[in-house]
Design a protein around this ligand. Structure first.
Ligand SMILES: Cc1cc2nc3c(=O)[nH]c(=O)nc-3n(C[C@H](O)[C@H](O)[C@H](O)COP(=O)(O)O)c2cc1C
Length: 353
């Protein structure tokens, strides 16, 4: 894969945490668009079995995505105690296990990538920073097309200098974790997807994939005609039949449309956009441990909420435009998006006549 030209220019965003099932990824890729796995929290064994499974369902281009975690020391005991007390004092009254508070805090990227070198997905993308150069070069030598998330011009320039093939330009509208290189998000200009595209267009020589708030065929045509090589949609796919999104998360997206989204560090220790709920409100100014320790720490609370059907204490990742999400099988969603693209292009064509 050398560019997006032989594909429908839509990438289903990688979404770690059980959402990107082999069925979802294959259904997207079988339409000619690109399906992505969010493998950030997956073991090498799970990655291997998902890739074996997806290859039974499609021979088209797929993407595998990983986080670039930053090495860290164990947080001091007193900080851990504070973070545990805060979570335990929430009305849900979950018991917080501190067994996660010693290293390793995340899986080894080198180990996670072993099945990638075997299965060779056509695309490989990274979130939260630059992967080691030898990994990028190995992927490229195996024919993979490598992209990295940027939220600013500075990050896009670093991605270009590092030798990646394309940039995923993530705007502030995007659901899930904000892919800033800096873990605390300091200095984040919080550009909208459109502003970011405008800023990158004149300066960045790499193809730009726009992500954040893109929900309709009209949105897609607008970004493509402004110079994007492709678009990446996450929230749009969360309610697809093939997605592994838990039913309560789907339900909030489809039914709780009087709510807004908020950025919170409460679940994971890094800024991420979720539908507002009791947890995001109560944790607004509370102390949290660094990512991903806080995420592991909050897992017993989140699991308890899932088990008891309580959406108020789950991470309901979604972008600002979540109210436009449709509950459809993937093939139908993509065919609707493509027919909206055609009719918007026709309308634009009529206007210029
Ligand atoms: C539920 C969810 C999980 C996500 N997980 C990841 C991830 O694992 N890796 C990644 O690069 N981006 C992840 N993202 C961000 C997407 O790649 C993309 O930037 C975002 O979905 C685009 O905005 P939209 O949700 O408005 O379409 C996630 C987004 C959502 C909604």
């Amino acid at each position: 894969m050398k560019n997006f030209q032989n594909h429908v220019p839509i990438i289903q965003a990688p979404m770690a945490g059980g959402i990107t099932t082999p069925e979802l990824v294959a259904a997207v890729s079988n339409t000619g668009a690109i399906g992505s796995f969010g493998f950030a929290y997956s073991s090498a064994g799970k990655i291997d079995s998902d890739l074996c499974e997806v290859r039974k369902l499609t021979d088209k281009s797929i993407n595998a995505n990983f986080f670039v975690f930053t090495e860290m020391d164990a947080p001091p005991d007193k900080d851990c105690k504070i973070a545990i007390e805060i979570l335990e004092s929430l009305p849900l009254k979950a018991v917080i296990s501190d067994s996660s508070l010693s290293a390793p805090f995340f899986l080894s990227l080198e180990h996670q990538l072993e099945p990638i070198w075997k299965h060779k997905p056509e695309m490989l993308t990274f979130h939260f920073g630059l992967p080691p150069k030898h990994i990028l070069q190995k992927a490229q030598s195996l024919g993979m097309y490598v992209g990295i998330t940027a939220t600013s011009l500075g990050e896009a320039e670093a991605i270009q200098n590092h030798g990646a093939d394309f940039v995923v330009a993530q705007g502030i509208e995007a659901g899930g974790h904000r892919g800033t290189f800096s873990a605390d998000g300091k200095g984040d200009e919080k550009l909208s997807t459109f502003e970011l595209l405008r800023v990158l267009k004149g300066e960045c020589l790499l193809p730009i994939v726009c992500a954040g708030g893109i929900m309709s065929g009209e949105d897609i045509v607008t970004y493509l005609s402004e110079g994007a090589a492709a678009v990446q949609l996450g929230t749009s796919f969360l309610c697809c039949n093939e997605a592994g999104t838990n039913p309560i998360h789907k339900n909030y997206i489809l039914e709780e449309r009087e709510r807004e989204t908020v950025y919170t560090k409460g679940f994971s220790g890094r800024w991420a956009q979720s539908i507002q709920n009791e947890f995001t409100s109560l944790m607004e100014n509370e102390y949290v441990l660094p990512f991903p320790v806080q995420y592991t720490l909050s897992s017993s609370l989140r699991k308890h909420a899932v088990k008891t059907g309580n959406g108020e204490y789950q991470s309901l990742w979604a972008g600002t435009e979540f109210k436009k999400a449709r509950a459809l099988p993937v093939a139908k969603l993509i065919s609707e998006l493509m027919s909206e693209m055609d009719s918007y292009k026709r309308k634009q064509g009529d206007k210029t006549k």
